[in-house]
Write a protein that binds this ligand. Structure first.
Ligand SMILES: Cc1cc2nc3c(=O)[nH]c(=O)nc-3n(C[C@H](O)[C@H](O)[C@H](O)COP(=O)(O)OP(=O)(O)OC[C@H]3O[C@@H](n4cnc5c(N)ncnc54)[C@H](O)[C@@H]3O)c2cc1C
Length: 497
């Protein structure tokens, strides 16, 4: 088997993979490769092209700090613009020549002796590298609902993250399963087209109006200030997530909005959440409630019993005949699996180590898995602000780790088990008094046993402060004289600090 050697392999070309690659490039490191299973960059924004797809954090914040975009047309930009932006970043920073598309990583294993990872790619020779960086995304594996008969349905059935633009919806009877973040974006887009829209809801979401609008080029000229102002406005929302008592103000606002928008008391009751706001992602929409109030829309809350060849049967015995079924059922997140088989030191398999809930140190490194860095790993997700801020923090941390490792000729860098345990104990302690841990709060942030392995329980700036520098003392760093030239990148001294 012929193996090619790279210093750094990055998996994924979304915000995380591209952000990492650009920082490497800016630091003068060229010896890296990005592996991407698809045929284009963009990750989430390449895959989620359903009607109405847009970000729910303002675009000036939901973008790289080093690459402001004067071309956003709206405060919350639509998917096509975000994808265009990511393609622009890949082109401008000359990342494409480092990307291998159509490269699905199937597994990776660490060799203790050499301190190298071997990365197995479907249908290609394996690749060896010293550092493996995962930018495989928290929301890149669609979750289909676990409903009996899903396969029996005879009409078109698809997930919002795999939208079938070839399926005509005009004049059709359409069922949407789910009322989460994707559903509330797609429903207002479909409602005027279809003959009948049946929305199957398990749990209603808290919804607030979206302060959206046209973003004039003029106001983006001073983008730095706009970005800072929007960042701090959204950052303040963390206060209520961390101190649930404050959430009553948010809930009051959301209830007033619901009352103003939905006049039918029965529908309003069905749309009223019975759990604390913030437990699940708070949704922003100006047209979801209006769409739910239209005569062609029906909200069904009886629970789905099974999918039949011609539609959906609910627990009250009613069979809803449908021409198309759309699953707006989100992604596989908190269940304890790694994105692919990752075998670390002493043959440990990451998905097994994580079987009772994923955990890492600073959401980035895992004991037993040297030289592995995860971007947006366990407990680094946010419920209130832009994940790009977290991604840039982790990229900074990994850059510093790589610089130190390459300078000191470390063959392996592994977070100490005691450090990881103490860190995670603290995370779970910090989560305890927050909205995410309240009674009756069940969300995709949690594992089936109720452990929150997704959310960072604090302000995003505290995460930034913790990741400013690589804290080598928290790691077991092994020096090896045998770290070969093949794995030494060219560090450009001008950019290396
Ligand atoms: C509809 C939607 C709207 C969202 N809106 C917001 C928002 O407003 N604000 C916010 O902060 N977050 C939002 N998010 C979360 C969003 O996922 C992140 O903001 C961000 O895009 C994640 O970037 P990423 O690079 O980590 O992952 P991704 O964008 O998911 O990229 C991962 C990449 O890795 C590739 N990959 C995965 N596994 C493999 C493998 N085995 N081999 C090779 N390649 C692989 C995938 O093909 C993909 O290209 C939204 C998510 C969705 C789905």
């Amino acid at each position: 088997m012929s193996l090619s050697h790279e210093t750094i392999v990055i998996v994924g070309t979304g915000f995380a993979g591209l952000g990492m690659a650009i920082r490497l490039k800016k630091s003068g490191i060229e010896n890296f490769v990005l592996l991407e299973k698809a045929d284009e960059v963009g990750g989430t924004w390449r895959d989620n092209h359903y009607p109405g797809a847009a970000c729910d954090v303002p675009s000036p914040v939901y973008s790289f700090s080093f690459e402001p975009n004067p071309n956003w047309t709206r405060v919350f930009s639509p998917q096509a613009e975000i994808l265009e932006y990511l393609k622009h970043c890949a082109d401008k920073y000359q990342i494409r020549s480092h990307i291998r598309f159509h490269s699905l990583v199937q597994s990776a294993s660490f060799d203790e002796k050499s301190g190298l990872w071997t990365v197995h790619i479907e249908g290609q020779p394996a690749l060896m590298c010293r550092f493996l960086i995962l930018g495989t995304g928290g929301l890149s594996r669609p979750a289909y609902p676990d409903i009996p008969g899903l396969k029996d349905y005879q009409g078109p059935l698809f997930h919002t993250a795999a939208w079938r633009h070839d399926v005509p919806l005009r004049g059709k009877r359409v069922g949407v399963i789910g009322t989460g973040a994707s559903a509330i974006q797609v429903i207002p887009e479909l409602v005027h087209e279809v003959q009948e829209l049946k929305v199957f809801q398990r749990t209603p979401a808290w919804v607030l109006p979206k302060a959206d609008g046209v973003l004039p080029k003029r106001s983006q000229a001073g983008n730095w200030f706009l970005r800072k102002a929007l960042y701090w406005r959204f950052e303040m929302r963390a206060l209520a997530l961390l101190k649930p008592k404050l959430m009553r103000f948010g809930q009051k606002m959301a209830m007033e909005y619901l009352e103003e928008q939905v006049k039918d008391p029965v529908l309003r009751k069905k749309l009223t959440p019975r759990y604390i706001m913030g437990c699940k992602r708070v949704l922003l929409s100006n047209d979801f409630y209006q769409a739910m109030s239209l005569p062609q829309t029906r909200l069904i809350t009886d629970g789905i019993e099974r999918i039949k060849p011609g539609g959906i049967k609910t627990r009250d015995g009613v069979e809803h005949e449908l021409d198309v079924v759309i699953c707006a059922t989100g992604f596989q997140v908190a269940e304890a699996t790694a994105p692919f088989r990752i075998v670390g030191r002493s043959g440990q398999v990451l998905s097994e180590v994580w079987k009772d809930g994923a955990q890492a140190y600073l959401g980035t490194t895992v004991t037993g898995f040297p030289n592995l860095f995860i971007i947006v790993g366990p407990n680094s997700g946010l419920g209130h602000n832009s994940i790009v801020f977290i991604i840039e923090s982790q990229v900074q941390y990994i850059m510093d780790a790589l610089r130190q490792a390459l300078r000191s000729r470390w063959s392996s860098v592994e977070v100490r088990p005691d450090v990881q345990v103490a860190f995670n104990d603290k995370i779970q302690k910090l989560l305890a008094p927050t909205v995410w841990s309240r009674e009756h709060c069940r969300s995709w942030y949690q594992t089936p046993s109720g452990k929150n392995t997704t959310i960072w329980p604090g302000f995003s700036f505290t995460f930034r402060l913790k990741t400013l520098q690589f804290d080598a003392a928290a790691y077991d760093c092994r020096v090896s004289e045998t770290v070969g030239e093949t794995v030494q990148p060219q560090l450009n001294p001008l950019h290396s600090r």
